[in-house]
Design a protein around this ligand. Sequence first.
Ligand code: PBG
Length: 336
Amino acid sequence: MGREPFFSPRRPRRNRQNASLRALVQETHLTASDLIAPLFVHDGDGLRVPISSMPGVFRFNIKELVQECKTLFELGIPAVALFPSINPSLKDAHANEAFNPRGLIPRAVAAIKEQVAGLLVITDVALDPYTDHGHDGLVNPKNGEVLNDETVDVLAAMAVVLAESGADLVAPSDMMDGRVRAIRKALDQASYTSTGILAYSIKFASSYYGPFREAVGSQLSAGKYLDKKTYQLNPANRREALLEGALDEEEGADILMVKPAGPYLDIIRELRNQTCLPIAAYQVSGEYAQVCAAAEKGWLNLESTRDESLLAIKRAGADMILTYFARDVATALAQA
Ligand code: PBG
């Protein structure tokens, strides 16, 4: 049976017919220099403590942390973001340990800056690893309210301690109102005008943070799972998300972050269209765990799913990505 002659002037498949053509027309590339590795630090003697819901991710002591940082920097990763898992006995309602200049994070930063020159160190500014209730801010014991202005004062003091220890960028992840301005002012007053602010501007109240909360030990508050909906964004809200981005820009942020990343690609793209600032996206613990779990079951291919998830975040408009896959991706890219 003869087929009718078929004419199609536009044949997008022509540009996909071999690997060289596909390489020429590829619009988005992922490189090691796009990646920021989140790292967990603890004060124990155990060298590396695994985190059960994040296969391949460990809590390091400072010595091991420095080793890991050397490897990452050699792989071309420009920055790490540190998160502390502190001894429960150091946690209290006021988060006093958060601004201890001899605390775990300041010691870790100093060790990295001394031994891995050139690697950027980003430190979180939020109280959750340091409060006994696990909230990012101070809590009014009478009614459980997370206090905004009182928390901002503490965060600003914490940011100065972190800058003093050598952090290149401080990253407020608490979602209190007005904290970027307060932190900028406190840093400038203490003469840390070069210390940058990577603001967790658009941080949703997400279920995808579960494994991270296990890692820093903040998942339960008085036996209940934490609810951060009075300060983190409603996943349903796009305009409110963009407002948060605009405010942090006005308040002096150097880089704006969207978090989580994969479920919020539309927000990354809209923010890209709204700001000239660089955009970071955080592929969070639950996004990582999802891919690992499906791969463990043999349901997804780990490497290709991982790479696709990151490329999609970049295509959406992110300039840099915090991801627990950073080391593995950079290793794979170095071997390619
Ligand atoms: C809190 C903070 C969280 C993450 C980074 N900083 C969790 C939370 O809000 O409870 C999550 C990161 C991840 O899930 O990988 N300051």
